[in-house]
Design a protein around this ligand. Sequence first.
Ligand code: ARG
Length: 246
Amino acid sequence: SLLFAVGCGTKATTEEGKGEDVKTYKVGTDAAYAPFESVDPSGKIVGFDIDVLSAIAEAEGFKVEFINTKWDGILANLATNKMDIIVSAVTIDDERKKEVDFSDPYFESTNYILVPKDSPIKSMVDLKGKKVAVQQGTTGDMAITKFLGKNYDGIKRFGGNPEAFLELKNGRVDAAVADSGVVVEYVKANPDQNLKIVKDEKFPKEYYGIAVKKGNTELLEKINSGLKKIKENGEYDRIYKKWGFQ
Ligand code: ARG
């Protein structure tokens, strides 16, 4: 197995278990996107994505090591073999499919608009002429850039989602746009900020996928097989409810 690992140039390590090789895969995640991935007070990376991939690993007999990784260029860590898997609430899209391979979809999402309770913004159209904060390179960024125009100067883009939400808290923008689950969680966790959620069906339905290096079908098949197993045995549903989804 060591020869195999070296031969394949993979960073996954192998260790001799009870007569069986257990591979450890390095997993990149931008752990500032609760409830999908975040760092808990003890410094541990936790969240829905973490539990789903850990359950898949358990079902398939491999190990995972989560590495907090910045969102910008996160998928590029696969091509360079720095990481084996990216799980980071990544929406499956055609552009990204050119760069990486995605698992079967594991979560349905969309984008929501986050505004102060007294905001007049009621839809995407109302963002025209307003300042909007977003995490750079996300589907939320892509959707509002497409809608408001490439040259619209009211979009403030941040490397991390928390900075985008902080900009709204500090009153420097009129709205923030992020994944539905993240917006819902933030409003719940920050009742003191007097925020409300604006939904607009112009934001398309999206599906999250787990990404591997292009052509790594061996790992992708394990992930898809594990995902199927945890959906069938109720583990996925248990994790779904644990993180507040219904
Ligand atoms: N689902 C969106 C996308 O793929 C946002 C994901 C951001 N993830 C994160 N961990 N910050 O673009």
